[in-house]
Design a protein around this ligand. Structure first.
Ligand code: GTP
Ligand code: MG
Length: 416
């Protein structure tokens, strides 16, 4: 495969950071669940025969079972989310298709994407879509039928259609990356609604800019709004349509430098989301159209296209973007999603330990009490014995005295 890392080497993918962390944390929660269930069973058992357990501790431990179960549910649904924004026709849908290695999303000239589209791995390996507010599966066989299905519906631009696509057709989907495609930021007055509805849980944002022009105010405004609601969002800037530069090679370096400087300034000085060094790892000059064509050709799905001058370096840069993107999204998702889970897991484990510690202490007190009771009894017996001894001793002496007294009197009486 000429596509660098092909479908054959998933272990090298930086996405594995997330995949492995997810598996590990899930295993830990399986253990915590066992541990909590064991503790609850144990408590139920001693609850029957002893009086040491207070109702509250038992209920508390039972709640932990529910909580752990809830976390495991959320964990199973955790994914890495990337959202694409930019002006109409800059190539947002094309970039996603190139990353998915297939024409999945409708793309074309004019205003094409007219609502939010979320692409994620299908649980059943069948392709289907689900409209917002519905749970009906509409099956889709191809882009044509997807586009048709989307046109049929009167959709509001901020509405979300979920596209479920077979996981085995794309590593990114298999490894739990979810893509969000959006209409052009220039076609909506409702940027705030977009952000609140679709952006707050995104791990990475990709601004798809048009290298033939420059960053637009509407695009910048959108990201200014995003960064007021999220602290330091991860933003990549793709200068797409860079193949157009092939026709003006004499200005290529100059134009690239200009775009680069403006994009770095935007990320570093305006949004203040990263350092200049970091920004340089976030800005790429690519051609989504070429990358998709090359991939379709690799897979034998289209004849090898005649590509413009400089294709190889643009394609290389596209792959470089994918790698940096994968690294960024998996690290960010592990941190934001799993950090919370592991903190809650630790909290539950320590709370449960406190409950068990209390239980142990209570049991110990009970034992000590019983021992003490026994000891008191023992002491009582001792006391009685002692008393008895003292009494008998006294009696003996009294008798002795008495006897002596009698003897004396008798001998005295005899001598008289
Ligand atoms: P909307 O959904 O309408 O907001 O547009 P979009 O940003 O999703 O753009 P889309 O992917 O639909 O692409 C618009 C047109 O630009 C399509 O005809 C693409 O084939 C073309 N296109 C996309 N990327 C490139 C590129 O890198 N180079 C060239 N030359 N054309 C491109
Ligand atoms: Mg589109």
């Amino acid at each position: 495969q000429m596509g660098g890392r092909g479908a054959g080497a998933p272990e090298n993918s930086p996405l594995q950071i997330f995949v492995k962390a997810k598996k590990k944390i899930n295993d830990i929660f399986v253990e915590i669940e066992d541990y909590v269930k064991d503790a609850v069973n144990y408590m139920h058992e001693i609850e029957k025969e002893q009086q040491i357990l207070d109702e509250k501790s038992v209920r508390q431990a039972e709640e932990f079972v529910q909580k752990v179960h809830g976390i495991k549910d959320v964990l199973a649904r955790d994914h890495m989310k990337v959202a694409f924004f930019g002006r109409t026709s800059n190539g947002k849908s094309s970039v996603i298709n190139a990353m998915l290695r297939d024409k999945i999303l409708p793309s074309g000239i004019g205003h094409t994407t007219n609502c939010f589209l979320q692409v994620e791995g299908s649980p059943s390996d069948e392709a289907y879509l689900v409209l917002e507010g519905s749970d009906q599966h509409c099956s889709v066989e191809s882009v044509a039928s997807l586009a048709h299905a989307l046109c049929k519906e009167k959709l509001k631009e901020s509405e979300m259609v979920r596209v479920y696509w077979p996981r085995n057709r794309c590593l990114l989907l298999r490894d739990d990356v979810v893509f969000v495609d959006s209409p052009g930021v220039d076609v909506t007055p409702n940027l705030d609604e977009w952000i609140d509805k679709h952006c707050l849980d995104a791990d990475v944002f990709v601004l798809v800019a048009n290298a033939e022009s420059t960053l637009m105010v509407t695009e910048k405004n959108f990201f200014h709004k995003v960064s007021t609601k999220l602290s330091k969002p991860n933003i990549f800037i793709l200068n797409n349509r860079w193949d157009a530069s092939a026709s003006e090679p004499e200005f290529l370096d100059q134009v690239r430098k200009q775009h680069q400087e403006r994009a770095v300034d935007f990320l570093v000085k305006e949004l203040k989301v990263c350092t200049p060094d970091e920004a340089r790892e976030r800005i790429f000059f690519i051609s989504a159209k070429e990358a998709l064509l090359a991939r379709l050709a690799e897979q034998g799905q289209s004849p090898t296209a005649t590509l413009a001058e400089g294709f190889q370096s643009r394609y290389f840069e596209f792959q470089d973007f994918e790698r940096k993107f994968e690294e960024c999204i998996s690290k960010s998702a592990v941190k934001t999603k799993f950090e919370q889970h592991s903190q809650r897991g630790k909290y539950i484990a320590s709370e449960l330990r406190d409950v068990l510690d209390r239980l142990y202490l209570d049991a110990q007190h009970l034992r000590d009490d019983k021992l003490l009771q026994r000891k008191e009894l023992h002491d009582k017996v001792n006391y009685t014995e002692q008393q008895l001894m003292v009494i008998t001793q006294e009696m003996k002496q009294k008798i002795h005295h008495m006897v002596e007294d009698v003897e004396q009197r008798v001998s005295k009486a005899l001598s008289e």
